[in-house]
Design a protein around this ligand. Structure first.
Ligand code: HEM
Length: 339
């Protein structure tokens, strides 16, 4: 009896242990799965391609340097291309329309305006020759944007890598999520906070308009109707951007140094010489708009270093918005098409 009882007891004990062990195993498995999910959703460090495609970053940097040497505005265009991809950094912006989806190239903020697709195609072609289906188009965009800024004399930063490419694109998301040039301060703050950005991030990122051009159609209403605009600035712009016609005429976003990545954009805002209505919305100086970001604009206007480091930090944040990682998405062979 006693042994049986003890055997029973042992069996009982082992029975009572079994579920506990099961629970433990289950807990460990759940933990592992959770860790894998988190790791899968996160980007890796900048040495991501060191083993699989050692010359990847150098190739992108040289191609960007060449493109900017040929056409300095291209630095601005590549930066903007990354931004327009990055309300979800998955290279969806590069996809051409197909029978099954209407892509982002034809969306309002992008059509007839985004540039740099050929530069990305060339980089991708080189990388496919060197290391087939290894470097994603989304990572190329992120690195090319960083290298463009550096090439134009701006700050540099480390780009976390490991993004994969989307297999679809959405024109309607591009239309709804990207801010427009007639936005006021609240509209801008909303668009950016919807993506997890702070007010500081938004103002710092807007400083990207220290380079590049905008078309007359995007600044006409400001230069003819706005009151928070320097009179001589408006008058000179009216010379090249007529009230009717000339929609595509190009105006520098930063009149003082249109191709240099410096902080003069913020000084322009303080002088009411911002080109877009949405630019000037960051600084009212007692005029229209909210005025909530006036202090930050003044601070950036007087410290290029402070702006540079806030801009770099916000770019890293932007480049990490909902990337595809792990086994999600794919590494496209041609950035314009899904495989
Ligand atoms: C704050 C909200 C923003 C609005 C409303 C806005 C709007 C615009 C518009 C309307 C243009 C001119 C497009 C054209 O006329 O063809 C433009 C150009 C540009 N944007 Fe923005 N943008 C914003 C934020 C950003 C951010 C966050 C970046 C990058 C981090 C950026 C980078 C650029 C660059 C570099 C250009 C010049 C591109 C070129 O010359 O090809 N923008 N933007």
């Amino acid at each position: 009896m006693a042994p049986a009882a003890s055997g029973e007891h042992r069996r009982g004990a082992s029975r009572s242990l079994r579920p506990r062990r099961g629970v433990l195993v289950l807990a460990v498995l759940t933990l592992l799965a959770a860790t894998a999910t988190v790791a899968g959703a996160q980007l890796s460090s900048e040495d991501y391609y060191d083993a699989s495609c050692p010359a990847a970053l150098l190739t992108i940097r040289s191609a960007v340097a060449t493109a900017v040497l040929i056409d300095r505005r291209m630095g601005a265009s590549l930066l903007r291309l990354h931004f327009h991809d990055c309300f979800g950094c998955d290279a969806s912006v590069l996809l051409d329309d197909t029978a099954s989806f209407t892509g982002e190239k034809g969306a309002g903020p992008n059509a007839g305006s985004l540039r740099g697709f050929d530069v990305i195609d060339n980089i991708k072609m080189l990388l496919e020759l060197m290391c087939p289906q290894t470097v994603s188009c989304a990572d190329i965009l992120a690195v090319a944007a960083r290298d463009s800024v550096a090439q134009l004399g701006g700050p540099s930063w480390t780009v976390p890598l490991g993004r994969r490419d989307a297999t679809t694109a959405s024109a309607s998301l591009a239309n709804s999520d990207l801010p427009g040039p007639t936005s006021n301060l609240n509209g801008l703050l909303n668009s950016f906070s919807n993506k997890g950005f702070t007010t500081t991030d938004m103002v710092a990122l807007s400083g990207a308009h220290t380079v590049g051009r905008a078309q007359c159609r995007n600044c006409r209403a400001r230069i003819y109707n706005d009151t928070d605009i320097d009179a001589s600035f408006a008058a000179s712009l009216r010379g090249s951007c007529p009230a009717q016609g000339g929609d595509g005429a190009l105006e520098p976003l930063d009149e003082s140094s249109p191709d240099d990545f410096d902080n003069t954009y913020f000084g322009n805002l303080v002088a009411w010489r911002g080109l877009l209505h949405s630019d000037q919305a960051l600084f009212s100086g007692g005029g229209g708009g909210g005025g909530a970001t006036d202090g930050l604009v003044r601070a950036y206007a007087s410290s290029a270093d402070r702006w540079g480091s806030d801009f770099a930090a916000a770019m890293v944040k932007m480049a990490s918005i909902s990337p595809l990682t792990g086994t999600n998405g794919e590494i496209r062979v041609n950035c314009r098409r899904v495989n």
